[in-house]
Every structure is written in C-alpha cells, then in structure tokens.
Design a protein around this ligand. Structure first.
Ligand code: CTP
Length: 444
C-alpha cells in the first residue's frame, strides 16, 4: 500500500484545494491530510484564517479523498509524521517547490502544479472589505505599528493625523501614506482609527472617531477615568462599532497559553499573582517629563495589571499604591498591592528603578513562572512541590507583537465577537478605574 501525505490550512475551501487533494489521493492508495491549527498558522504569519479547525476538517472530509486527517501543530512535525506513519510520498502544491526537498531522504517528494487564479488569501480579501486605517500620533509606538499592520491582510494604512503638521508630514513621507492636519478631513477618509497619541488625548480622539462611525484600536492605557471608558464603550455599542484597547500581551499566543494552563487546575486554585515590568528611561523622555500623565504606573501599569485581572478578576477588596517619586513628582517606581477574598497580588512598575521583570502565579498545587520579557510571552515553567516536576512551555512571539492585536481587532470588525475574551470591555473599564485611582492618590 502506498501512503501519501499532504498538509495545508484549507481555509475557505476552494477548487485549488479540491484539485490538490484529488491528485494527491491518485498518487497512492491511502491519503493522510494534515490540517494546521490556528495557533500554528499564527506562528508562521497566517493571521487571518477565517474558518475554524473543525470547519476546515469537515470540508476536507466532504471531498471523500482523505483516508485519515491529522492536526499539524508545530514546525518540524512533518518529519516525525513521515517516520511515524510510514509515509511513501509527501506532496504539496507547486507554490512550495523546493521547500520540502529535505524530506527526500525519507520519502518521495512531489510538488503538484498549483491551480491558477485561486487562493484562500484571494477569497479572504474578496470577502472582507480592506479597512483603511488612519493613525493618530506619530511617536515610537505609531512607527512600530506600521510594519506590523502590513503583515495583517485586510488592513491598509491610509493616512496619519497630528495637529503638528510637520510631524504628520515626516511620518507620512517615511511610510508613504497621506498626512492630515485637519481632523474632520482625516476621519472622512479612513474606515478605522488607531490612536497612538499621548494618553490624555485618547478620550477626545476616540469620541470623535466613534461619532464619525469609525472602529477604534487605542493604545494602552485607553483612558484614565472609569466613567470615560464606560461612556466610550456605551457609545461604540450603540453605534455597532468596535472599540478595542491595544495591550499587546493580551493577544499574543504565549500569554494565551499561559492563561490556559494557569486556569486548567494544574497549579490548583490561584492565590497570588506578582507581575513586574521595569524599563530604565532617559530623564528627558515623555514618560519622565510629562508631570501630569507620565510616570511608571501610567506607562507600564496596564501590562502588570493584565495577568492580575485575568487570573484573580475585577472584584478586589482593596487596592494600595506606593510610589517612589523623582524630583518632578513623577513616580519612578510604583508598587500596587491588591487584596481579593481568596488571594493577593502585586504589580511593580519602574522607569527609574530596575528590578527582575517576572510574572509569578502561585496556586494551591504549584506555581507558574515567566521571566522577562513575560509581556512578550515566549517561555514559562510550571513547578510543583517536587522540584523535579517541572513542565516547560514555549511559544513564538513574532516581531513587535502588534500583529496579534491588529489581527484580532480586524476579526472583531468582521464579526468574530468571540475574540473579545482576550481583553474584555469590563477589564478595560477596570484598568481605567485603576489609572484614575492612582492619579487621584498621586494628587495629579
Ligand atoms: N493549492 C493549490 N492550488 C491553489 C491553492 C492551494 O494547489 N490555487 C494547494 C497548496 O499548494 C497546498 C494546499 O493546496 O498544497 C493547501 O494550501 P493552503 O495554503 O491551505 O491554500 P492557499 O489557497 O494557498 O492559502 P493561502 O492563500 O492562505 O496561502
């Protein structure tokens, strides 16, 4: 019996897929089809797969060509599958010619001619209108957004707004987009807005964008008052628009995996979360000179509070802030302590004090530790009472990681409301409330 194997995503099943499977089956007697998971596709840069794994498998089954379907979860799996399953022929479409020649030592490799003028990418683009994104703000984070947005299909940068026209013009030239100094004109020419301006301006820009019927992705901290967050989410809901806070950690695959394991019972009930993020900044940066809204908590607090809110919830009984301030009154180092009915937590942020940036989650049966930069989660360990009992997990984090939140933002615009679980509106409102409490206590 000749065993054949092929792999693919098979999203929005189309004629090219059907023809490939038909010819793959004809190469032998028994056809195995490997279907990629959403997580694996994300690691290889396919960020906008529309169909769920179940739907993609169902579509392959319906063709009647597959004798067996397996799941492809990791890079390097093909080699192991070929050995394990006793494969005679490996085949894929001609778009991959040469890429799998390394498998020739283990089986025959056949590249089948790809069907012309059809692909999942093409169908995804036809199905979803390309969203023209307008960027508000021209700082470091806006510059990081640009190359990341290019990697997500279905979105295209259209223009940039900055009340300082010169800055807008420089940014626009660098990224080959339009510059706007007039906000009305800017809102009229874009479909969605990315807000990356100074914190205190977010509220006004989001309100304006929503009033013009635009979906909004806003950098953290979204707003600095609880009531503002509630008002904006209400406004977005009434208008059927998406308002989305961009805390990149919340959307990256490694952090999702960590939360899944923390909540799986493997470390028992969670009793303590400690999150620390410090980043030494030059004294003349905005973070250390903006006397009203700068400082370590407004800058880094969203990251540290994220795992705490995710794992212990929003119903804390007590919250206490302790800060070490610089000469201009801004906090160089802030420690937040929270008390819950069945747990405690601390968040530590520093811009002028360096510490070990780690995330530690303690439970009744064990603990999880993720070292810096845990906010770009790539690796973590699960420990138990027996020091030898350690599970190690790794996950990919590509580039600056903004691609994950952009992709989820786009999925929500296109109707995938389920993505809201990664950072809920309630959590964003709670974060705004914490920022408000902190600034009030700091007398700002
Ligand atoms: N395929 C093909 N002809 C096409 C499209 C795909 O023969 N027109 C083959 C691919 O070469 C691969 C298999 O179908 O062997 C699964 O491909 P997949 O990557 O899932 O489909 P694409 O349409 O290429 O998807 P995308 O546009 O997302 O890359």
């Amino acid at each position: 019996m000749t065993k054949v194997i092929t792999y693919g995503t098979f999203d929005l099943f189309h004629e090219g897929h059907y023809r490939l499977l038909k010819r793959a089956k004809a190469l032998g007697d028994y056809l195995i089809v490997g279907v990629t998971t959403e997580a694996y596709d994300k690691t290889r840069g396919k960020l906008n797969v529309v169909d769920s794994l179940v739907t993609r498998i169902e579509n392959i089954k319906k063709t009647g060509f597959a004798d067996e379907i397996i799941i492809e979860e990791t890079e390097g799996q093909k080699f192991n599958d070929i050995k394990r399953l006793g494969i005679d022929i490996f085949t894929v479409g001609s778009d991959w010619t040469g890429c799998f020649d390394y498998l020739k030592d283990y089986c025959k490799v056949v590249y089948l001619e790809r069907t012309k003028n059809i692909s999942s990418t093409m169908l995804r683009e036809q199905n979803s209108h390309i969203q023209r994104v307008g960027i508000i703000g021209t700082g470091r984070i806006a510059a990081r957004f640009m190359p990341e947005a290019k990697l997500v299909s279905g979105i295209s940068a259209q223009g940039v707004y900055n009340p300082h026209r010169d800055s807008a013009a420089r940014f626009a030239e660098r990224w080959e987009i339009e510059a706007y100094g007039d906000l009305e004109e800017f809102f009229e020419t874009v479909d969605v807005v990315y807000v990356a301006s100074p914190h205190e301006t977010h509220y006004g820009y989001i309100k304006g964008a929503l009033a013009h019927g635009k979906h909004v992705l806003c950098e953290k901290p979204m707003v600095l008052e609880r009531a503002q967050a509630e008002e904006l989410f209400r406004c977005a809901k009434e208008r059927g628009l998406i308002l989305f806070e961009g805390i990149k950690t919340a959307y990256c695959p490694g952090f999702q995996k960590l939360l899944g394991i923390a909540c799986s019972g493997s470390i028992g009930s969670i009793r303590n979360v400690e999150a620390c993020f410090t980043k030494l900044e030059a004294p003349d940066t905005r973070e250390l000179t903006d006397r009203r809204y700068g400082g370590s908590f407004t800058e880094l607090g969203s990251y540290c509070m994220l795992p705490i809110l995710k794992l212990l919830g929003r119903d804390y009984e007590e919250i206490r802030f302790e800060s070490l301030k610089g000469e201009n009154g801004l906090d160089l180092f802030t420690k937040v302590s929270l008390k819950y009915p069945n747990g405690v937590a601390t968040a530590t942020c520093g811009l002028g004090v360096k510490s070990e940036g780690r995330l530690l989650i303690a439970g009744t049966k064990g603990y999880i530790v993720a070292e810096a930069p845990w906010w770009k989660t790539t690796y973590f360990e699960v420990h138990h009472e027996n020091p030898g009992d350690v599970q190690k997990y790794s996950e990919i984090f590509l580039g600056d990681g903004l691609r994950y939140e952009i992709s989820d933002f786009l999925s929500m615009i296109n109707g995938a409301e389920k993505h809201n679980f990664k950072l809920t509106r309630g959590e964003s409102v709670a974060l705004a409330g914490m920022m408000e409490g902190f600034l009030r206590q700091a007398g700002r």
